[in-house]
Design a protein around this ligand. Structure first.
Ligand code: GAP
Length: 493
């Protein structure tokens, strides 16, 4: 199994991601987040919002509707330019993005070997006859149609009548709501440049070739920021838009590293002139080494004043900022860090996935950052037949669950319970045992201590139940395990 298959299988088995409408055979490239997936996804969005909106004095957020006025998409250029070139195979009817054809391995019936079938690596000629691909890469027989431009926006109708006048679109990006609300936000919040507007929400694209699990889907979530700067300002001797563009690239890279993506799996890719979007002066992608290879995790574009000018032109409303110092109205430039929630989730899972050998047995674990982990603490009774142990364990769960996502599990022996929690990335397990509660029949009182086991080191310490919440508050706020564990006695065994 390759790494993507391992993740798909783990996701289904442990309740992270299921295929949408699976009992009906599934819906093309749509996925449902299960009980653990929704926790992980919410945690990603929560820390993103906390770090980039709540913690910064120069950021505010919005939550706009998905259906917008159709003219928004005319003004933004999406109606005219948000297209991909599509080709179809005349034989097998397979559909491809014309610009992705050379990146596909191709099926070839080689005339130099009596028509034997080969699958040839992407971009390479046949080693026997030297031919390059001209036919369908999927069936190796069909001619491909000439490329046709295909608009990726989903159409829908507002109101009960399906007619042209009621036509509108599901938004293909969250960004446009920040531009059309620019003046509302500026005036209501009395902001000064530079400032940013953030939004996390659903976007829809009728992708020609979706796939690779949740990497490219037709319905996905984005976390986008539009950071407005005064183009006449200079910061550290550079035009403000260029300075802030680089700052945002650094900040976003640092954010992914902070939550666990390893340095060697991250890189920057500068867009070539001819691939820049119609609105962009410069775009840099943060790429991640996904199980499918290096691919875009997020993009950070300098969109100049394109969007505000376009919306001012099409709406007839002024979308400017009054520069008090220079006593002039300016149209701000905008730097746009645009990330995909689903892609971030895939990257965090892929980077966290490890297989280790422990005492001759395979241990699968997700080394998720504690802030991202779907479950923070699992409370496990050592003996489920002892009522007093079970009661104590359930009381611990209920107490900790006031603050964090905490689960109780007594459905297997302790070794298996630990392995189950490792596999879903739970950073800490708490075990309640005979020592904790004592043995009433023998007149022994317990020591009131439970065992905390840390996922990565598998080290165990004994902590008083009364101190548990305080210890987890420290650990889950980022304290290093050794600095906390050093204060407590190790657990025996
Ligand atoms: N407003 C700019 C914008 O939308 P983009 O590069 O098209 O830029 C930003 O999208 C991010 O959204 C991507 O880097 C990716 O993480 C995510 N994304 C885009 N299309 C996606 C799709 N079909 N499935 C999943 N994520 C997608």
């Amino acid at each position: 199994m390759n790494n993507m298959d391992l993740l798909v299988s783990l996701s289904k088995r442990r309740g992270f991601v299921f295929q949408s409408s699976e009992i009906y055979g599934g819906t093309g490239s749509c996925w449902d987040y299960g009980p653990l997936g929704v926790e992980l996804k919410n945690n990603i969005k929560r820390v993103w919002w906390r770090d980039f909106v709540q913690a910064r004095a120069d950021m505010v957020g919005i939550d706009a509707s998905i259906l917008m006025h159709p003219t928004v998409w005319k003004a933004s250029g999406h109606l005219d330019h948000f297209t991909d070139p599509m080709v179809d195979c005349r034989e097998c009817k397979h559909r491809f993005r014309a610009d992705h054809l050379d990146a596909l391995a191709w099926v070839h019936y080689c005339p130099a070997t009596k028509g034997n079938k080969f699958t040839i690596p992407a971009g390479e000629p046949c080693g026997h006859c030297g031919q390059r691909r001209t036919l369908c890469p999927n069936c190796g027989k069909g001619e491909l149609t000439p490329p046709r431009q295909f608009n990726l926006m989903f159409k829908t109708f507002m109101g009960p009548v399906e007619e042209e006048a009621a036509l509108t679109y599901l938004r293909p990006e969250t960004a446009q709501a920040m531009f059309v609300n620019f003046d509302n936000v500026l005036q209501s919040m009395r902001l000064k440049l530079p400032f940013g507007i953030a939004q996390a929400g659903r976007s829809f694209r009728n992708e020609i070739t979706p796939g690779n699990f949740i990497f490219r889907t037709r319905e996905f979530e984005q976390m986008e920021i539009e950071y407005f700067v005064n183009p006449n300002d200079r910061v550290e001797g550079r035009p403000a838009d260029e300075y802030w563009h680089d700052r945002w690239i650094e900040d976003c890279l640092a954010w992914f590293r902070r939550y666990g993506l390893r340095e060697e799996n991250l890189r920057l890719r500068e867009h070539e002139r001819d691939e820049l979007a119609h609105y962009a002066k410069r775009t840099v992608d943060i790429e991640y080494n996904f199980p499918i290879g290096w691919s875009e995790l997020m993009g950070i574009a300098n969109r100049t004043d394109f969007d505000l000018k376009q919306h001012a032109k099409w709406s007839g409303k002024s979308l400017t900022y009054f520069d008090e110092d220079r006593k002039e109205h300016v149209v701000p430039y905008v730097v746009e860090p645009a990330a995909g929630v689903d892609r971030a989730l895939l990257a965090f899972m892929a980077d966290a996935y490890r297989e280790e050998e422990v005492r001759g047995e395979k241990r699968v674990l997700l080394r998720l950052h504690p802030e991202l982990a779907p479950v923070k603490v699992a409370v496990l009774p050592l003996l489920k037949k002892r009522d007093d142990i079970v009661r104590a364990a359930q009381a611990v769960r209920a107490d900790l669950a006031k603050h964090w996502r905490v689960v109780y599990d007594d459905t297997a022996a302790i070794g298996r319970l630990y392995r189950r929690q490792d596999e879903v990335g739970t950073p800490y397990c708490v075990t309640v045992d005979v020592q904790t509660v004592g043995d009433g029949e023998r007149g022994e009182t317990g020591d009131g201590r439970v065992t905390i086991r840390e996922r990565d080191s598998m080290e165990q310490i004994r902590v008083l139940v009364a101190e548990l919440a305080g210890v987890f508050r420290e650990l889950l706020a980022g304290a290093a395990w050794p600095s906390v564990a050093g204060r407590y006695p190790p657990a025996r065994g």
